[in-house]
Structures are given as C-alpha cells and as structure tokens.
Design a protein around this ligand. Structure first.
Ligand SMILES: O=C(O)CCC(=O)C(=O)O
Ligand SMILES: [Fe+2]
Length: 389
C-alpha cells in the first residue's frame, strides 16, 4: 500500500493513495492478506480468534489474560459504573421530517448538542421498536450459533466477523468481537460475510440499513440548516454514493469491568454514527469537558455521534465524540453502530461557507482510508489531533 506523509514535520500522518475503485469493490485488506497468508496460517488465525472467544467467555476474576488488562484500571481504580450519567440532549426527528412551528427551536437544540456534546439521543426517528428488537435478536442468534458456522463469516479483514485488524501485541486487547458489514451502496456489500443464519439476518439488516440511509440524509440536512447553510451542503461534500457500514459489537461479560475495556477510547472515523444500544445492558461512556460519563439505556432511542469527518467538515462547529465501550460483570452486551463515511476520493476538509477571516480553516484536508481509523486507534491518537492546523 502506498502512503504519503502529510502534515507538518512534528505531526506527520499517513494518507493512503490506493485508488478509490478497488477499495470500493473489494475487501482489500482481506484480499491482500489472503495473498500473503498460506491457508494454514489463515486457519490458525481463525482458530486463535475462536479460542479467544472461549477465553473471553470462560475466564474468572483472578486469571484474566494480561493482554486485556489496563494496568492503571479504567476509572483510576474506582468502579466505572459509578460515574454520573450524562444529560444527553434528546432531539425529536419529527420536527425535521414534518416542519412545524417548533422546527427552528429543534434545529437550534441540534446545533447546540453537536457543538457541546458531540452526541444526542434521537427519538421519533422512523424506525419502529419492533425492527430495533429484530436487529438485536438476529445478532444474538448469530452469536449463539456453533463455532463452525460463525467461522464462515470470519475474516482478518475489515468486513466480516472477527477482531479489528492491525491490533498488535503491544496494545491492550479489547474485550469484544465484532461483525462488520458494508451495507450501502449495495454493490459494495460482500455477501459472503453476511450470515446465512438466522435465516432472516440479511433481510433484517437490509431493512434497517435502508431506513437509516433515509434518516442519515434527514439528519445531515438538519445539521446544515442548523448552521444556516444550504441543506445539501454536507451531503455534497461527502459525495455520492454515501457509504455506510454496520458494526455489530459483542461484549462478553467480564468479572473485572474495572480493568478491561470492550472498546478503548476513540472518536469514530465517520461523518456520523447511529448507535443502537443493548436494550438492557449499559456500556457506552462519553468524555465531556474532560470527564467520563455513562450514557443511559433508552431502548427505542438511537444515539447519534458526531464523527471526525463531521468535525472537520463543519470547521469545528460540531465536535466529534470521544467515547468508549465498557463491559458488564455478568451480562453479555451487544450494540450496533451504523457508520457513514465520506467518499475517500474527495477527501475531507472544512466547507467553504464556514471558513472566513474571523474563523480561518481549523483543519487541513485529510484523505481518509479504511485503515486510517485503525492506525489511529492503535496509536492512541485521533485523526483530529493531526488534522488540526
Ligand atoms: O457499544 C457501544 O456502545 C459503542 C460502540 C462504538 O463506539 C463503535 O462501534 O464505534
Ligand atoms: Fe465508536
């Protein structure tokens, strides 16, 4: 893969120059890895992944594998589930789909939430409670399948069931697994990684992602209007077709939730993320003004996170959310993040209308690749740290 260093000499960062088209049609990471791995090595990797599943589910408090332990604890040695809840703003999407006398007020609430929290809860979003339940259920049914069946979706690449690629032995491992599938545009779907079982998995994910595609456009238009801009400006900037992927997260229980993390602190390498939380088990925590907060479980609401691309596009008017995934001591937890990405060909930079003499461009143009997020995740830095001028 060809990388170019951009940025100033003290904070250079890598951008990948792979053509857009191959990334679009192939799971590039997995195809290159298939080429460089023997079948035996791939089988060994698959087995070790499955062993780690067993390991995660079966270990007791005293013999947790060291690779999962954060030596300083998660919350300075205190129970992270005693942190306060965040008073996350709640936005009624109905005011954007059917304009009312309160639409202006709701737009202002949206702007304020994205500029001070980087996240909000959305209700009245057009996805029925029944479909939300089905989405959670099909993933749990997939997780309950025998190992051999789950292995059919296993991958070392970006799409499929496994752990995130580029996880090295020097970093603390996450207490989680994920099933990641590109959902839009449909030509980018790699159906070989979409579970055959349960039988309705594909249909349910298709229906959910179709609804979220509509919601995505509604929310990006509302965000543009909240900044008094042309409603299509964000959509134009991220380019056609909008790329969306679904990331199902599975967090097995862990006897020491004060020492392990399901997902390390990160901001999403996305425009926006819609997060469907577990219906009962809490686990999302967010950083606001330097302090960690718990996010309450509200079964039918979706959490909307601002991603790094949105922060750059909005020239810092909106803040990307820094967050982490916790694990419960007794219960499994699942979540589903549906992420939208900007077209890598066009790159991400502040929109012209938000750059002026009083507020010069705060970020340089970033060409964002599939690996970029994981490179940053691995290093503990964020794209925003490096993109800031
Ligand atoms: O499970 C959660 O609540 C967080 C998931 C998340 O942050 C992600 O998938 O990027
Ligand atoms: Fe995230």
């Amino acid at each position: 893969m060809l990388y170019t260093l951009i940025g100033n000499s003290s904070t250079p960062f890598a951008i990948c120059q792979c053509a857009w088209f191959p990334w679009k049609l192939h799971n590039r990471a997995s195809s290159s890895q298939v080429a460089s791995h023997s079948r035996a090595a791939a089988a060994a990797a698959a087995n070790s992944f499955m062993d780690s599943l067993t390991e995660l589910a079966a270990v007791g408090g005293e013999n947790l594998p060291a690779k999962y332990i954060h030596p300083d604890g998660i919350n300075g040695g205190k129970d992270p589930f005693l942190l306060p809840f965040i008073d996350i703003p709640v936005i009624d999407v109905g005011h954007f789909t059917t304009p009312s006398t309160d639409t202006g007020k709701e737009l202002e609430k949206l702007r304020a939430a994205l500029s001070s929290y980087g996240c909000l809860l959305i209700i009245n979003h057009g996805v029925e409670s029944l479909l939300l339940d089905k989405v959670r259920t099909v993933f749990k049914q997939f997780l309950a399948l025998p190992k051999e069946q789950k292995l059919e979706c296993w991958t070392e690449g970006f799409q499929g069931y496994g752990s995130d690629p580029l996880v090295t032995d020097v970093m603390v491992h996450d207490w989680s697994h994920r099933l990641r599938l590109i959902t839009c545009p449909e030509e980018m779907r790699q159906m070989k990684y979409w579970p055959e079982n349960p039988k309705n998995f594909k249909e349910v994910l298709h229906e959910y992602s179709t609804k979220l595609q509509v919601l995505h456009d509604v929310m990006l238009k509302a965000m543009a209007k909240s900044l008094k801009l042309d409603e299509s400006v964000f959509l134009r900037m991220i380019g056609e077709p909008v790329i969306m992927s679904a990331r199902f997260n599975f967090y097995p229980p862990c006897p020491r939730p004060d020492q392990v993390l399901g997902l390390k602190p990160h901001s999403d390498g996305t425009v926006i993320t819609f997060l469907l939380q577990d219906k009962e088990v809490e686990g999302l925590q967010v950083l606001k003004d330097g302090q960690w907060f718990r996010v309450p479980v509200i079964p039918d609401a979706l959490v909307l996170n601002a991603g790094e691309h949105l922060e750059i596009l909005s020239n810092g008017e909106f803040k990307s959310l820094y967050h982490r995934g916790m694990v419960d001591s007794e219960r499994e937890r699942v979540s589903l993040a549906v992420l939208s990405l900007s077209n890598p060909q066009s790159g991400v930079e502040p929109i012209e209308e938000l750059v002026n003499e009083e507020r010069p461009s705060l970020y340089r143009k970033v060409i964002y690749e599939e690996t970029t997020h994981f490179d940053y995740y691995k290093s503990g830095r964020t794209l925003i740290d490096d993109a800031r001028v």
